[in-house]
Design a protein around this ligand. Sequence first.
Ligand code: GLY
Ligand code: MN
Ligand code: MN
Length: 433
Amino acid sequence: MQPDIASHRARRVHLLETLGEGVLILATAPEVIRNRDAHYPYRFDSHFYYLTAFPEPEAVVVLIAGRKPKQILFCREKNEEREIWDGFRHGPKAAKVAFGFDAAYPIGDIDKRLPKLLENQPRVAYAFGADPAWDARVMGWINTVRGKVRSGVSAPANLSDAHALIDAMRLIKDRHEIDLMQRAADLSAEAHRSVLRLCKPGMGEWEIEAELQRCWRAGGCQAPAYTPIVAGGANACVLHYVGNDQPLKDGDLLLIDAAGEYHGYAADITRTFPVNGRFSAAQKDVYEIVLAAQLAAIDAVRPGNTFNTPHEAALSVLTQGLVDLKLLQGEVDGLIEAEAYKPWYMHKTGHWLGLDVHDAGDYKIKGTWRELQPGMALTVEPGLYIRPSDDVPEALWNIGIRIEDDVVVTEAGNQVLSAAAPKTVAEIEAAMK
Ligand code: GLY
Ligand code: MN
Ligand code: MN
């Protein structure tokens, strides 16, 4: 599967219509040094890629709205010497055709061309505040135009946030995006299946991480969607544990929050299972509570409900579960009101998912939770994290469980993209036999 250039162009056309008038300027991400002269693997900017599908660094998209709309790409020139060292560059001429632009110019010409393009334009949309260097550059172009007002040109008087305009579009995924997300989820679910078969006491968290990375990379993912969490035993109660350097012990649980990125689109999957392949009674008790909370929350993902409805559904199952485990006493509604669950469930039940693992888009509009609509994609990821404590039975100590799936809102309800990763106690124990 490849990026669909027509879909990306259609997004630019839609954005131009939303913009109505003025000029939108958006740069991709810079290359970043890891140490001395070695770079991190390059990752484009998500907003820029959403509009362009153009994967190279040092590129800027300029969209001119109005009666004669124009889509322009600035990118690196062809360069035989650099291409021998660093690899292929499209160059403006080929990029214009391959990515469906009306015009393309060398990135080195941008300071010369941009002020001209901003003359007599009423407004500029760009990602202000995202990068001080770009803030200064765009202001420099605007000031160049201001310097010419006595010759009769006018300078843009209004600024708008390009990210906010694009965020609203990115919240609703089109068919092509959902296909890419399905592929990311399939390859990531296969990685989770593979480590279920592989895991045994005495292995290291790092070996499990290596197998996960092997699976999704071999399947065609370009990168992990985020730093994998491979957390055995007590490490599962550290929410952002990424050390992945401890041995896996017989009798412990293993929490894995890990997934790949496919053509920019993230999966985000968590599964928790016993290192030795059999849940203890206490582990099973807690697991069944988290699973019931997750199923209730997934069931709440449908049009008409809000972003927060799945969280509310999960909270009521988790809180009842904490009462059943005798960690809490009292009546569930009051306990939820008092946030009595917080020592064991301290995060929300999900987030938007897409080009970014925590994807673009507001969660509330004027203080009210956003209504779910077909095409929105979100994770559903309740958990319970029970750290050792005098008032907690020892059998429950260091049980950290999260179950996370990727869900798209459909007309009829929802579609779980990550359903291929085993999830029930019976499925997990069977897969580990
Ligand atoms: N893996 C990041 C998250 O679950 O939000
Ligand atoms: Mn998540
Ligand atoms: Mn996750």
